[in-house]
Design a protein around this ligand. Sequence first.
Ligand SMILES: C[S@@+](CC[C@H](N)C(=O)[O-])C[C@H]1O[C@@H](n2cnc3c(N)ncnc32)[C@H](O)[C@@H]1O
Length: 225
Amino acid sequence: MTQDSLFISGEGDNWYRRNRSALDNPDKLDWPLHLFDLLGNKEAITSVIELGCSNGFRLAKFKREYLPNARCVGVDASTEAISTGKSLFPEVELYHGTISAPPVEGHFDLVVVNYVLHWVDRSQLSRSLAAVDCLVKDGGLLLLGDFLPDYPQRRRYHHRPEEQVFTYKQNYSASFLALGLYREMARLTYDHDGASSYELLPVDSQRRGVCTLQVKSLNGYYPEV
Ligand SMILES: C[S@@+](CC[C@H](N)C(=O)[O-])C[C@H]1O[C@@H](n2cnc3c(N)ncnc32)[C@H](O)[C@@H]1O
């Protein structure tokens, strides 16, 4: 079974059941929202999509706290997260699907992907990165979060020990920068397993999470020579 099919066929629902009560706990730290909070000129953002959005809780916060008039769209592999999210957050458009083939067309001012790429089947990784890139408008923003160990590594997914399923931790932000179409605007690293406030502290490789904000430009980063 591939990682994507495992998530679509139920593991996404299992993740949602284990975590749903914590998702919109007001005391839970949300590094993507924290980084977004520092951004100026938020009024220019009229469309947001989050891939691997779970029930859409973060999109609902974007809309409520920062972007009341923006179109907010979410895609997740869990049918349960999507169906619950539709009733909890009717102001958000939610779709069941994968990051490698999101069932949404068009370009968005802001694309959010937080702790999803480490789940993606390696056969779908480049397709997923391309799908994310396609959704970011020229001049748009990419808000990306994931683990950031010192070197790429995989770990057995302990919830399904009978399957050959792993989490793959690596610098995903570097993949977008390598395209030459993105520039990093901001980066926060933090203790994924232990941060209790937004205080910036040094953290070990194995527990390091990162959140980056990148700006896309199709031609702006190519000086003509
Ligand atoms: C670790 S959770 C993170 C949820 C949310 N992004 C957050 O920041 O809390 C990973 C999410 O990605 C979803 N997911 C896993 N594989 C996916 C895939 N291939 N395409 C879309 N969503 C996926 C899961 O169902 C789950 O909601």
